[in-house]
Design a protein around this ligand. Structure first.
Ligand code: 5GP
Ligand code: ZN
Length: 113
């Protein structure tokens, strides 16, 4: 997707602070962190949102959660962390490339905050 900012981050056109990368996924610091640790984990392949996950592309989702577990250990978040996905307009998704917010380093409220 030529006009997608996260595709541009994935291919290096837009710089980011990477915390993890492999062939399938990239994890980088959020520009406006909402917690001491706020990383976005994205598939390198463009998938618009959670609503576009199919049997053909869902393997990367399992991998994203493997990476999340790795990040938890990498950041020493032994007391836990939060993973958030905003899906579509009502879900509050602003960037239309599937991403999971990985947040840690503070206590979170529920359902928001
Ligand atoms: P959403 O609201 O779609 O769930 O989350 C989009 C996230 O992307 C926001 O937390 C926002 O701060 C982050 N973001 C938007 N543009 C950029 C960017 O160019 N670089 C980085 N690192 N984060 C971005
Ligand atoms: Zn994209």
């Amino acid at each position: 997707m030529s006009d997608c900012i996260f595709c541009k981050i994935a291919n290096g056109e837009i710089p980011s602070t990477k915390v993890y990368e492999d062939d399938l996924v990239l994890a980088f610091n959020d520009l406006e962190p909402q917690a001491p640790i706020h990383v976005l984990i994205i598939p390198k392949q463009h998938i618009t949102s959670c609503d576009d996950i199919t049997p053909d592309n869902s393997a990367v989702i399992a991998h994203i959660f493997e990476v999340a577990a790795l990040l938890g250990k990498q950041f020493g978040l032994t007391n836990g962390y939060r993973i958030v996905n905003n899906c579509g307009e009502d879900g509050g998704q602003t960037v239309k490339h599937l991403h999971f917010h990985f947040m840690g380093g503070r206590q979170f409220g529920w359902p928001a905050g």
